[in-house]
Write a protein of this length. Structure first.
Length: 218
């Protein structure tokens, strides 16, 4: 079931999924985290990492390496870097290792670096900002595989995520089936409206009452 639902999720865009979550009164959409390397939609199960300020004691392991080693192919690593310190929560060597492992991409609520390298690799890096400043001596890994906060959304290991150029949407594992089903319903209706627009129908008709009712059931 997880692989099937991930493939269904990957065929949707974040706007349809966000609309579905609005319809179901669920929170999950996070704005302001953008594709920084390749512009490619990613979807998968979440592997979480939380970062914090360095305390002066050298880190036992480089940040995010534990998550890469624990991840399954197709997973998405999600990094909370909300320290306010300008330091990269992801970098080029990590992108190489993640791509080799078959990880679908990384999402950083904070800065990432080595974006040119990730672009050359074809590895999707989503981040709130970019920087050249290293994590060394500035930030360290606080936890892996624990609940984190991205934007104003709580994210747990095993949740689902969809990211594209519009936004990042997180979906609780218990909600994934009904969210995807609702988003597919919305996508079908929007496709019919797009077809009508391309056929030259008046926009006041295409974007009229039917559009305003899009989040309601027939």
């Amino acid at each position: 079931m997880p692989e099937d639902v991930i493939e269904r999720l990957r065929r949707l865009d974040s706007c349809a999924v966000s609309d579905a979550m609005d319809r179901l009164k669920l929170a999950g959409a996070v704005s302001g985290i953008e594709p920084r390397s390749v512009t490619r939609r990613i979807a998968g199960r979440v592997r979480t990492v939380a970062l914090g300020p360095a305390t002066g004691t050298p880190a036992a392991r480089h940040l995010c390496t534990t998550a890469i080693e624990a991840a399954d192919a197709g997973d998405v690593i999600v990094v909370e870097q909300r320290t306010g310190i300008e330091a990269a929560g992801w970098g080029g060597i990590l992108s190489i290792g993640a791509r080799a492992k078959g990880i679908s991409g990384v999402i950083v609520d904070g800065p990432a670096r080595d974006i040119d390298e990730a672009t050359e690799l074809g590895f999707p890096v989503y981040a709130r900002s970019v920087t050249a400043r290293t994590a060394r001596g500035r930030i360290i890994e606080v936890s892996t595989g624990k609940p984190i906060t991205i934007g104003d959304v709580g994210v747990a290991p095993g949740d689902y995520v969809l990211a594209d150029s519009s936004c990042v949407v997180f979906i609780k594992a218990d909600d994934i089936d009904r969210v995807v089903t609702e988003a597919e319903r919305i996508a079908v209706r929007e496709a019919a409206m797009a077809k009508a627009a391309r056929a030259g129908q008046p926009m006041s008709s295409v974007m009229g009452a039917d559009y305003e009712k899009l989040l309601g059931h027939d």
